[in-house]
Design a protein around this ligand. Structure first.
Ligand SMILES: [Zn+2]
Length: 378
């Protein structure tokens, strides 16, 4: 099974210099290719292929005098940079993402390495740099596939290690029992509403930290660009943001772990957040709640445990359908928190009913896909 782990790195000063040079080369290749692509498109309307036309230029550049310094970097890292750019363009053309952005030395840095990489007790090794001191809080047993070296905006260094542990993947559950299937509705007041009535309150990390973030952002904007105080204020702000995102990840990990531990299958609505979020305040709140992140965690945790994470279509009217008799309302305004079914007379809490509908639709989908779903636990 493929596993991922992230270690904090403490490079020596000369390794630090080397890392920044490496990231500089990765950025240079990305930005140059992006520039070439735009220029050729503007001039003659030709759409250069990143992989077939631009990637081979790396080798040619290395032979030239001007760009010979590229030879000092791990060539895999440079090629991977363009593979990422190609993917960024694919997503852009599919309208899944915006136009690829220039890479800046002030943002997060990263480089990918996959040949002659290894991890040991207290170190990781990558080509051209050698062993870098690392806090290896977990033993990496098995074959190391790749190591991505990165620095975040606070200036901390990391190695993300991907390895094959040699153990077989968890057997998928054979029969799912209906009483071990849960449906979840994602919300803002409560982050998760389960079909069994349990609710997870939304911790609203960003909102809680807003005052502090705002103060640090103001302090940052008051400093002069290029000054030492500017750099210091930038790091303070980045650290505050990082604390928020760490706290958010922490609570999402806990919630997703509990949901997968307690159930054989978890059903949720698939999210098209981009289409859903028109309002900027709502967008911030949804980002802070971490719906997208939660679904990603549920998906891989379910797979790892051999359980099911079922996502149902965006167009399924989970809020407007009665979870008891299946009657569908014509309309239900967003502000209506509870309603009574005109067909069977059941009184519904809006969110709880939605979670129950999502569960039923999930069960229907699993059955349709050939998964046996049994009535009760034997
Ligand atoms: Zn009804």
């Amino acid at each position: 099974m493929l596993k991922a782990v992230k270690f904090r790195l403490y490079p020596k000063p000369d390794q630090e210099t080397f890392l920044w040079r490496q990231w500089g080369a990765v950025r240079f290749v990305w930005n140059k290719a992006l520039w070439l692509k735009q220029r050729f498109y503007k001039r003659s309307g030709t759409n250069l292929s990143v992989i077939h036309e631009l990637k081979p230029l790396i080798a040619r550049a290395k032979k030239s005098k001007k760009y010979a310094w590229l030879k000092e970097s791990d060539s895999v890292a440079l090629q991977e940079s363009l593979r990422h750019l190609d993917k960024a363009f694919t997503r852009f053309f599919k309208k899944e993402a915006g136009f690829p952005k220039w890479k800046s030395r002030r943002a997060e840095q990263s480089s990918y390495h996959c040949t002659t990489v290894s991890v040991g007790d207290g170190w990781v090794r990558v080509p051209k740099i050698g062993k870098i001191k690392a806090v290896t809080h977990r033993v990496v047993e098995g074959k190391v596939k790749s190591i991505t070296l990165s620095a975040d905006a606070t200036g901390a260094y990391y190695a993300s290690v991907l390895y094959e542990d040699g153990l077989p993947e968890a057997e998928p559950v054979q029969a799912v029992y209906e009483d071990e299937v849960v449906g979840i509705d994602l919300g803002l007041k409560d982050l998760v509403i389960e079909s069994n009535g349990h609710k997870e309150p939304n911790p609203k990390h960003m909102k809680r930290a807003a005052k502090n973030l705002c103060r640090k952002a103001k302090a940052f904007s008051r400093t002069k660009k290029g000054s030492r105080r500017h750099e210091k204020a930038r790091k303070h702000l980045a650290k505050a943001h990082k604390r928020v995102s760490n706290a958010r990840s922490d609570s999402l990990h806990k919630i997703s772990k509990r949901l997968i531990d307690e159930n054989q299958a978890v059903c949720a609505e698939s999210l098209k957040i981009k289409n859903m979020v028109q309002n900027c305040h709502l967008a911030k709140a949804i980002h802070d709640a971490g719906w997208g992140k939660l679904c990603i965690m549920l998906a891989y945790k379910a797979k790892r445990a051999g359980k099911r994470f079922e996502q149902i279509g965006t167009f399924y009217p989970s809020s407007k359908t009665c979870s008891v008799c299946g009657h569908k309302l014509e309309e239900l305004s967003l502000s209506t928190r509870s309603w009574t079914c005109p067909n069977c007379g059941t009184h519904h809490d809006r969110d709880l009913n939605a979670a129950r509908c999502i569960r039923l639709e999930g069960i229907r989908k699993m059955k349709a896909a050939g998964q046996s779903v049994l009535k009760h636990t034997a």
